[in-house]
Ligand binder design. Structure first.
Ligand code: HAM
Length: 447
C-alpha cells in the first residue's frame, strides 16, 4: 500500500498554511471593498453542470475531470472550476430574482483537474474568484479586471502584466471558427490527436494546444480581430477606454482565447514572473460570458468573472519575499521549573491565553535547555519562567528572547506587566496592533 499523497496533491502546513490564510483574507477583503459577498458552493456537482456549463469542447471537460458514479447511479464531478457551479447555485436558488442586481459573488476553495503535475500545476489546487452576474456592460468587465489587479496589488505585487483580448459575440465567433476550420483543414494531418478532435468540436481550442509543432502552425492562423462584428469591436474599445481612464496598463494579446466554452467578448489573464525568472503560468484568468445562465436553466443574463490560482500566487509571493513579514511565532513560552510546578504553570498559561496572548507550555517536565530550544522553535517572543518558589512569592521572570533582557514581574499584575513588555517591543505599531488586550488601545473611545 502506498501512503504518499495522491499525485498532484499536497499537504499544506506550518508557514504555507498561514500564507494561504493570509492570501485568502486579503483577497476576500478586496472583494468586500467592491461590495462582493461570499458564496460557498458544493465541491461536488452533477456532471452535466460542467459538461454543459464549462463546455464539451474544453480540455477540462474532455480530459481533466474527476468524475464518478455515486451510489445512486448518478454521474457526479469534483468541481474543476467554480464558475459553472456558482451559476448553477444562482439558478437553483433564484438569486437572480434579487432586487440588488447585479449579483456580486466571490468564492475561495479547492478545485480538481486531472492534469500533468508540474511547476504551478496541480491536481488539487485552490482558486479565489468572483462572478458579477446580471449586467452586460463594459463597465462591469472593467470593474472585474481592476478588482483582480487590485487584489494582487494588495498582496504586494507591483510588476504585473495584464493581457486582454476579445473573442467577440456569437456571430463573430461563428465566422472566426469557419475561418479557422478552413485554415487548419489542410494542416490537421500533421497535428496531434487532440487537435483532430478540437477541429471537430471547436477549432478555437486548437489555439490553446501545448504541443510545440501545433503551436507553430497556430501562429499563422487567422486572428479573431479580423472577424469581429462592429458591436463587439466597439464594446472591446469601450472596455479598454475605461481601463485607460483608470490608468491600468494592458497588452492586447490577439492570441488569447481562453480554454473554456462559456466566454464571449472580453477575456483576460494576468501574468507575473518571479525575481529569478520562474514562470508559474497565468496567476489569474477570466472574462465575460453570456448564455451560461440560460444553458443551466436560468434567465438569459450575462456575467463576468475571474479566478486566481492561489498556489501560484503563494509561490510567486514567496520567491519575491512578499510573505517574509508574516509572523508565525507565539507570544510567550511559559516554562515550569521543576516537576512540582507543572500544574500551577499549566493553569497560569491558560490565564495568559485568556488575556489574548498566544502561549504554550510543556505538558511534562523538561530541562531548561530543552525548553529554550522549544521556545525558539515556536518563535516565542518572551519566555515566562517560574517554579514553586516564584509561585509562592507571586513572581516570575519575563525574558525577551531576542534581546535576552530579563526582568521580574508580579503575577497579580500579570496583564499590565505583559502589556508593557509587548508595547515596548521594537516595531510595535499601535495602528497595526490587533491585540484587543493590549494597553495601546486604551485611548480608544470609551476606554
Ligand atoms: P482558468 O484559467 O481555468 O479559469 O483557471 C484560473 C486560474 O486557476 C489559472 O489562471 C491558474 O492560476 C489557476 N489554475 C488552473 N488550473 C490549475 C492547476 N492545475 N494547478 C494550479 N493552478 C491552476 C477558470 O477556472 C474560470 N472559472 C475563471 C473565470 C471565472 N472565468 C469567469 N469567471
Amino acid at each position: 500500500m502506498d501512503y504518499s499523497p495522491v499525485k498532484g496533491t499536497h499537504d499544506v502546513y506550518g508557514k504555507d498554511a498561514s500564507a494561504m490564510e493570509y492570501i485568502s483574507s486579503v483577497l476576500k477583503a478586496t472583494a468586500e471593498l467592491y461590495s462582493y459577498q461570499e458564496i460557498i458552493p458544493p465541491m461536488l456537482e452533477y456532471t452535466e453542470v460542467f459538461s454543459r456549463g464549462t463546455g464539451e469542447s474544453s480540455d477540462i471537460v474532455r480530459k481533466e475531470m474527476y468524475t464518478f458514479m455515486d451510489k445512486g447511479d448518478r454521474s457526479v464531478t469534483m468541481r474543476p472550476e467554480f464558475t459553472a457551479g456558482v451559476v448553477r447555485a444562482v439558478v437553483s436558488n433564484k438569486l437572480y430574482a434579487n432586487e440588488d442586481m447585479p449579483l456580486k459573488l466571490y468564492y475561495c476553495g479547492p478545485a480538481f483537474r486531472y492534469e500533468r503535475p508540474q511547476l504551478g500545476r496541480y491536481r488539487q489546487f485552490n482558486q479565489f474568484g468572483v462572478e458579477e452576474i446580471g449586467l452586460d456592460s463594459a463597465r462591469a468587465d472593467a470593474e472585474c479586471i481592476i478588482m483582480a489587479i487590485q487584489g494582487l496589488s494588495m498582496l504586494g505585487f507591483d510588476k504585473l502584466s495584464l493581457k486582454i483580448n476579445t473573442i467577440g459575440d456569437e456571430d463573430s465567433r461563428k465566422k472566426y471558427k469557419d475561418a479557422l476550420r478552413a485554415y487548419f483543414a489542410s494542416k490537421i494531418d500533421e497535428m496531434c490527436d487532440d487537435c483532430h478532435e478540437r477541429l471537430k468540436l471547436n477549432p478555437m481550442r486548437i489555439l490553446d494546444c501545448k504541443v510545440d509543432h501545433d503551436q507553430e502552425i497556430a501562429k499563422n492562423a487567422p486572428k479573431m480581430k479580423d472577424y469581429l462584428s462592429e458591436a463587439s469591436d466597439k464594446r472591446f474599445y469601450e472596455t479598454l477606454s475605461i481601463l485607460n481612464d483608470l490608468g491600468v496598463d494592458y497588452e492586447i494579446d490577439d492570441g488569447l482565447v481562453r480554454g473554456l466554452d462559456y466566454y464571449s467578448e472580453v477575456v483576460f489573464e494576468v501574468h507575473a514572473l518571479s525575481k529569478d525568472g520562474k514562470d508559474y503560468g497565468a496567476l489569474l484568468g477570466g472574462g465575460h460570458y453570456s448564455g451560461l445562465l440560460k444553458e443551466l436553466g436560468g434567465p438569459d443574463l450575462a456575467g463576468v468573472g475571474y479566478a486566481m490560482g492561489m498556489e501560484r500566487v503563494q509561490s510567486l509571493m514567496s520567491d519575491n519575499g512578499l510573505l517574509d513579514h508574516l509572523e508565525t511565532g507565539i507570544d510567550l513560552y511559559v516554562m515550569p521549573v521543576g516537576e512540582e510546578s507543572l500544574n500551577d504553570v499549566f493553569v497560569l498559561t491558560e490565564q495568559v491565553r485568556q488575556l489574548g496572548y498566544s502561549a504554550d507550555t510543556p505538558l511534562a517536565a523538561l530541562k531548561m535547555g530543552a525548553m529554550f530550544k522549544k521556545a525558539e522553535k515556536k518563535g516565542a517572543k518572551f519566555a515566562l519562567i517560574l517554579g514553586q518558589d516564584e509561585l509562592e512569592k507571586g513572581i516570575a521572570q519575563l525574558k525577551n528572547l531576542a534581546s535576552k533582557e530579563q526582568k521580574e514581574i508580579k503575577l497579580d499584575h500579570l496583564e499590565e506587566e505583559l502589556d508593557a513588555a509587548f508595547e515596548a517591543l521594537p516595531g510595535h505599531d499601535e495602528d497595526d496592533c490587533h491585540d484587543e488586550a493590549c494597553h495601546c488601545h486604551d485611548h480608544e473611545e470609551g476606554k
